[in-house]
Design a binder for this molecule. Structure first.
Ligand SMILES: C[S@@+](CC[C@H](N)C(=O)[O-])C[C@H]1O[C@@H](n2cnc3c(N)ncnc32)[C@H](O)[C@@H]1O
Ligand code: SF4
Length: 401
């Protein structure tokens, strides 16, 4: 594998590209699910209220800190994730939204998504969201099996998922996505079939189906080490993945990213920003942003974040410049997750270099193995190899140090 150091000057258009996406993190949950290592805390109303003030302070500075001399075009996408954003009161959500409206121009076809947990979708918060411009919700469903929900630490019932979807529609939010999880302890193919039937019955236009990752510092991690978790074997996990794909494609969904399915035109434009390696602002404790020149990660701890915001400082835990090599590797690693793949033309436009030159040995090897294709100027991972996709992406990362 090539370890050559490349001498390109880093003048790709990402540097001058306007930042038109914004991620906002709401780090609160009613309790912690047993598998989850997202930055979220069980906190009092007073702590949540303080956080909203801090976040608004950060939002007011974002453009000044991160867009440098770049022209700031209207935001095309906003994503409010968590944690559980729907734990905010309607007024708190409105205050955050007012700060966004006050700071940014918003595109007329803005996509604005909020993550919602079943059981926290009161009509008043959904109404406030809709009134402030939210037009898409992503509901953390995981499974429709009541016992399984309990065993992974979820607080809601399957019925509450259905109610959340109905309430979103009733509030006028027409684009709804459901998150499902695969490979849960003791989950069967029948559970997955049932989750798909029930998800489809709600009429949603987008489904994400994530394979469980056992993350460090979670109860699942220590239970697995002690041998208490009965995870489906690899064969069953692959069967689940394939069943999801078959059922959703039969129902008219496009499999547009490894874990994501959408009715035509219903893809998450915000998440496409990440996979297409485009820049985005990020605000909130533990949020990660990308300006095109550097990546930054905000402080995870609520008190550290609070103190930084109070003093008007950037609440940064770390930031680092993105080298040309890293940007090109990310372009491949992220872009190959998409069915649309990575095109020679867009890569060349961004980096003034060709994929075949930059990643010559990797491309040759993967093409020969049949786990990468190159047709009509587009590089893709063939569907039958998507399950080994992580190993394929890894080929493109950290090779030019
Ligand atoms: C940002 S999380 C949280 C969304 C929301 N708080 C919820 O749980 O309903 C978005 C999704 O990531 C998925 N997820 C979280 N932790 C995971 C893990 N360890 N492995 C696989 N998927 C995970 C879940 O499907 C979850 O709905
Ligand atoms: S999965 Fe969602 S609800 Fe559960 S702890 Fe993580 S962020 Fe909170």
């Amino acid at each position: 594998m090539s370890k050559s150091r490349r001498k390109h000057s880093w003048r790709c258009c990402a540097l001058t590209e306007a930042i038109t996406s914004l991620y906002i993190h709401i780090p609160f949950c009613a309790s912690k699910c047993f598998y989850c290592d997202f930055n979220s805390y069980v906190a009092s109303e007073a702590v949540r209220a303080q956080y909203v003030d801090d976040l608004i302070g950060e939002l007011k500075n974002l453009k000044r800190w991160y867009s440098a001399e770049r022209s700031v075009e209207p935001l095309q996408t906003i994503y409010v994730g968590g944690g559980t954003p729907t734990m905010l009161s309607a007024r708190e959500f409105e205050r955050i939204a007012e700060a966004i409206h006050g700071q940014f121009a918003l595109a007329s076809d803005l996509e604005w998504t909020v993550e919602a947990n079943p059981g926290t979708t009161e009509p008043d918060i959904l109404r406030a969201m809709k009134e402030m411009g939210v037009n898409r919700v992503s509901i953390g469903t995981q499974t429709f099996n009541e016992t399984l929900l309990l065993s992974i630490g979820r607080l809601h019932s399957p019925e509450q998922t259905r109610i959340s979807v109905e309430r979103a529609y009733a509030a006028g939010i027409k684009r709804v996505s459901l998150d499902l999880m695969l490979g849960l302890p003791d989950q069967t193919l029948v559970d997955v079939e049932d989750a798909l039937s029930q998800a489809l019955a709600t009429g949603v236009s987008h489904v994400s189906a994530y394979g469980l990752k056992v993350e460090e510092n979670t109860p699942f991690f220590s239970w697995e080490k002690k041998g208490f978790l009965h995870l489906p074997d690899e064969e069953l996990q692959v069967a689940m993945y394939e069943r999801v794909r078959e059922r959703l494609i039969d129902a008219g969904f496009l499999h547009y990213e490894v874990s994501n399915y959408a009715k035509p035109g219903e893809e998450s434009r915000h998440n496409l920003t990440y996979w297409r390696n485009r820049p985005y602002f990020a605000a909130g404790a533990g949020a990660h942003g990308y300006t095109g020149e550097m990546r930054y990660e905000n402080m995870r701890s609520l008190s550290a974040y609070h103190h930084a915001c109070q003093s008007g400082a950037r609440p940064i835990e770390q930031e680092y410049p993105v080298s040309l090599q890293e940007a090109m590797e990310n372009e491949m690693m992220l872009g190959l997750r998409l069915t649309e793949g990575v095109s020679d033309r867009s890569f060349f436009e961004r980096f003034q270099a060709s994929i075949e030159q930059v990643f010559k040995p990797e491309c040759e090897r993967l093409l020969k193995l049949g786990v990468l294709t190159h047709r009509d100027g587009v590089w893709r991972i063939p569907e039958q190899h998507v399950e080994v996709a992580n190993e394929i992406y890894a080929e493109f990362v950290g090779i030019h140090t």
